[in-house]
Design a protein around this ligand. Structure first.
Ligand SMILES: NC(=O)c1ccc[n+]([C@@H]2O[C@H](COP(=O)([O-])OP(=O)(O)OC[C@H]3O[C@@H](n4cnc5c(N)ncnc54)[C@H](O)[C@@H]3O)[C@@H](O)[C@H]2O)c1
Length: 175
C-alpha cells in the first residue's frame, strides 16, 4: 500500500530534538525522504552539535527510510539557502518545509534584555522567513520550468504563548 508521504521530500528545521524530531520520524514513517536540520545548540542557543540530528537520521535509516543531516543555522540567510539546496541535491526536490527550530528566553516585557530579544527574533522570525523565502523562490522556478501546479506546503510552528500571551512564558526568571 502506498504511504501517505511516498515520493515527498521534507525539510524539518530543529529536528534533532523535541517536536521537530517527532515530525521527522513521522514524515519518514509515512514514506517521506527527510532533511533533518539542527544546529544542535544548547537550550539558551549557545554552541553547536551535529549528533542529535545524526541520531535522528540513523533512526530513520535503521527502519529503511531515507534521511540526511543538515547543520545550518535557520537564522542565516545563506545557511537557509544551503539547507534547501541539500534537499534538492540529495533527493532531487523539496515538497514540504516544516519551520520548527526554536530557542527559549523566558522573560517579561520589563526584564527582557536586548541580546535576548535579538536572539529570539533571529531564530523564530528570521529563522522562519529565510528558509520559507528560499523554498518559495525554488518552488516558483520549478513551477515556471514545468508549467504544472505544485503540491507543496509550509508548516510553521507557533505557540499559545505567542498567540494569547503568557507571563514570562513558563514563569521562570521573572526578576
Ligand atoms: N515544547 C513546547 O511545549 C512548545 C510549545 C509551543 C511551541 N513550541 C515551539 O516548538 C518548537 C520546538 O520546540 P521543542 O520544545 O521541541 O524545542 P527543543 O529545544 O526540544 O528543540 C528545538 C531544536 O531546535 C534547534 N535549534 C535551535 N536554534 C536553531 C537554529 N538557529 N538553527 C537550527 N536549529 C536550531 C535546537 O538545537 C533543538 O534541537 C519551537 O519553535 C518552540 O518554540 C514548543
Amino acid at each position: 500500500m502506498t504511504k501517505l508521504c511516498e515520493g515527498r521530500v521534507a525539510l524539518v528545521t530543529g529536528a534533532g530534538r523535541g517536536i521537530g524530531r517527532q515530525y521527522a520520524l513521522m514524515l519518514a514513517a509515512h514514506g517521506a525522504r527527510v532533511v533533518v536540520n539542527d544546529l544542535g545548540g544548547n537550550i539558551d542557543g549557545s554552541g553547536t552539535d551535529s549528533s542529535p540530528a545524526q541520531q535522528v537520521v540513523s533512526e530513520i535509516r535503521s527502519t529503511g527510510g531515507e534521511a540526511v543531516v543538515d547543520g545550518h543555522d535557520v537564522s542565516s540567510w545563506s545557511g537557509s539557502k544551503a539547507m534547501i539546496d541539500t534537499a534538492i541535491n540529495e533527493f532531487g526536490q523539496l515538497d514540504v518545509l516544516v519551520n520548527n527550530a526554536g530557542i527559549l528566553r523566558d522573560r517579561m516585557l520589563v526584564n527582557m534584555q536586548e541580546a535576548e530579544w535579538d536572539a529570539v527574533i533571529n531564530v523564530h522570525l528570521k529563522g522562519t522567513f529565510a528558509p520559507t523565502h528560499h523554498a518559495a523562490a525554488y518552488w516558483r522556478d520549478r513551477s515556471e520550468q514545468t508549467g504544472a501546479p505544485l503540491n507543496v506546503c509550509v508548516i510553521n510552528t507557533s505557540s499559545v504563548s505567542g498567540i494569547y500571551g503568557n507571563i514570562g512564558m513558563d514563569g521562570a526568571d521573572l526578576d
